[in-house]
Design a protein around this ligand. Structure first.
Ligand SMILES: [Mg+2]
Length: 320
């Protein structure tokens, strides 16, 4: 890369922009910042540090400054990661991205198996391998792993911690289905490939991997996050107790085979709703939309993960 340069004659230093959200995950980065920077400097990075002050800061700094760097590493929750990835999508030549999770919800980090311990995640940035991950376009926004609306998105932060620990992501769905009577369905027309489906839906998830919020929806051997395809999972309006039971069973058994559940894969999804639907992107507010166009940008995000992980989530043949 052009910005790797000779410094004081001998040491080759790679330029890194380190963007972190000081408030993320109960300010857990506070006592670790020095160690993290130390790890980067030991590996001959020249580090520029930015602490975000408000929403959109991370995105804007990447758009404004990103092209000057070889690496852009961020620390924060899913929201910070989403902003940095969004910023990178605006750059013609994308620096390598690294992620040190600090938020309480880090679904993207877990799918990339990035360590939860911050120092270990920093170490991974210095020694990991680059994985070219798919990015989702959502109208003029982006998401790294999931766009959704309905039951799931509203309950994700209300589910009791014990239940989350016991059931993982299933807990979200169970809680969501329990509140199904309160959920207002949306009438939608969903277009993908040459298919059209029109119905009332209470939940929709469009995910970047075959694991849709913890469910191995397609029973493929491995999760591929660079295959250029979204996995869509939509639940139709549940009109009676029997349908509710069927849907719940399908979710709990992870078979997803109930008639109330509609799933598909595609690289482009167009959704038109009768009303304004509130979407979430990577767990953050995605705004109200009547019309949504989702486009898969295949292998658009170069992000560091462990070599073993890269081999398991990539559709590309293993390099020896
Ligand atoms: Mg995929």
């Amino acid at each position: 890369m052009s910005d790797v340069y000779e410094w004081e004659g001998k040491i080759k230093r790679k330029k890194m922009l380190f963007v972190y959200n000081p408030m993320a995950g109960k300010e857990q980065i506070k006592n670790k910042l020095s160690d993290i920077i130390q790890i980067f400097c030991q590996s001959d990075f020249l580090v520029t540090v930015v602490a975000t002050q408000k929403k959109e800061d991370a995105k804007n700094i990447v758009i404004e400054q990103g092209a000057k760097y070889d690496y852009i590493v961020c620390s924060g929750g899913d929201g910070t990661m989403n902003e940095v990835a969004t910023g990178l999508m605006h750059l013609e030549k994308r620096p390598v991205c690294g992620y040190i999770p600090a938020g309480t919800v880090n679904d993207f980090a877990s799918s990339l198996k990035i360590p939860k311990i911050m120092k270990r995640a920093a170490q991974l940035v210095t020694e990991g391998t680059v994985f070219h991950c798919d990015m989702g376009g959502f109208n003029d926004k982006f998401f790294t792993y999931v766009a959704g609306f309905g039951a799931f998105t509203e309950v994700s932060y209300q589910t009791p911690q014990e239940l989350k620990n016991a059931l993982g992501k299933t807990a979200y769905f169970v809680e969501g289905i329990k509140h199904v009577a309160e959920i207002k369905p949306h009438h939608m027309r969903i277009e993908y490939d040459d298919q059209v489906i029109e119905d009332d839906f209470i939940l929709g998830l469009v995910s970047n991997s075959v694991s849709v919020a913890g469910f191995q929806a397609y029973r493929k051997k491995n999760i591929k996050m660079d295959d250029g395809l979204f996995e869509g999972l939509f639940i139709r309006d549940l009109k009676n107790l029997l349908q509710m039971q069927e849907a719940l069973n399908a979710l709990l058994t992870k078979k997803l085979d109930a008639p109330e559940i509609f799933k598909f894969s595609s690289n482009k999804i167009h959704i038109i709703s009768d009303d304004e639907v509130q979407w979430t992107l990577d767990g953050e507010d995605g705004g109200f939309c009547r019309e949504v166009l989702m486009q898969n940008y295949q292998q658009a995000l170069p992000i560091i993960c462990a070599k073993k992980v890269q081999e398991s989530i990539s559709m590309l043949p293993k390099k020896s």
